[in-house]
Design a protein around this ligand. Structure first.
Ligand code: SAM
Length: 235
């Protein structure tokens, strides 16, 4: 038995997940970016840079930052010269962010954008929060134009025993305490538990293919602390 999993699960059931996720992010929005930097020792900025570096579309292209939160990726995209729209479920997260892009409060499973209206899409640390991942990937396939690119970043769990022990100690024991001091303990207990929602690479690749993405690449970052998918929308 994994001792770090001995606490009761705080994961919401499917019927209540969207509302629970929205409420949680509304609550932690003011200190979201600070806690990110602290709990990853600033590594998340490196992972975000890798995500944007791998998007591979021309400067000036129209990009959707899906589940943009407070706009960490949005701001970097704007600095790189992209025309950015950011969309998120949580008004609190959008409101806490810097006002540097067109922002839309929307659910990733029902996006208020025209078919083929974006050249690219990025999504940072949100896949595991979606209630119906297949519907959200279908929406990505609809709104990204043929030839457009996506880069999807999320957490992961390291495979090596040593890294996994360190990961469990830090993310399951320390981060909820630090999160509690700086923000909200239960939200930062949800974080490591919610990795269970992420599909295995093989099935996520299949889902991307099903929704008209090809050339799927999957990379584990920093020994498996984060993972990145990139793909191209087929013609
Ligand atoms: C961990 S935060 C990531 C925020 C930002 N992308 C980043 O990289 O810092 C996850 C975000 O996903 C958003 N989210 C969760 N479910 C969503 C949904 N169904 N549709 C749109 N956004 C959603 C949350 O509101 C939250 O802002």
């Amino acid at each position: 038995m994994n001792p770090f999993r001995s606490q009761p699960s705080i994961l919401p059931d499917e019927a209540h997940k969207t509302e629970a996720v929205r409420t949680m992010f509304d609550a932690i929005a003011p200190r979201y970016e600070l806690v990110n930097r602290v709990m990853t020792f600033g590594l998340d900025t490196r992972w975000r840079k890798r995500c944007l570096d791998s998007l591979g579309i021309a400067t000036g292209s129209r990009v959707l930052d899906l589940a943009s939160g407070t706009g960490d990726l949005t701001r970097s995209l704007i600095l790189r010269g992209f025309d950015v729209v950011s969309a998120d479920l949580s008004f609190g997260m959008l409101h806490a962010g810097h006002d540097m892009a067109a922002t839309v409060q929307a659910d990733a499973s029902r996006l208020p954008f025209d078919t083929g209206s974006f050249d690219g899409l990025v999504c940072g640390y949100a896949l595991r929060n979606f209630t119906d991942l297949a519907l959200c990937v279908a929406e990505m396939g609809r709104i990204v134009r043929p030839g457009g690119r996506i880069a999807l970043l999320d957490v992961a769990e390291p495979k090596s025993k040593l890294m996994k022990t360190g990961y469990d100690l830090w993310f399951r024991r320390c981060v909820p305490v630090i999160g509690g001091l700086l923000s909200d303990a239960s939200a930062y207990q949800y974080l490591p538990e919610s990795t269970i929602y992420l599909p295995e690479p093989k099935s996520f690749r299949a889902l991307l293919h099903e929704h008209r993405f090809s050339g799927v690449n999957h990379h584990m970052l920093s020994g498996g602390l984060s993972q990145l998918y990139t793909a191209t929308r087929t013609s």
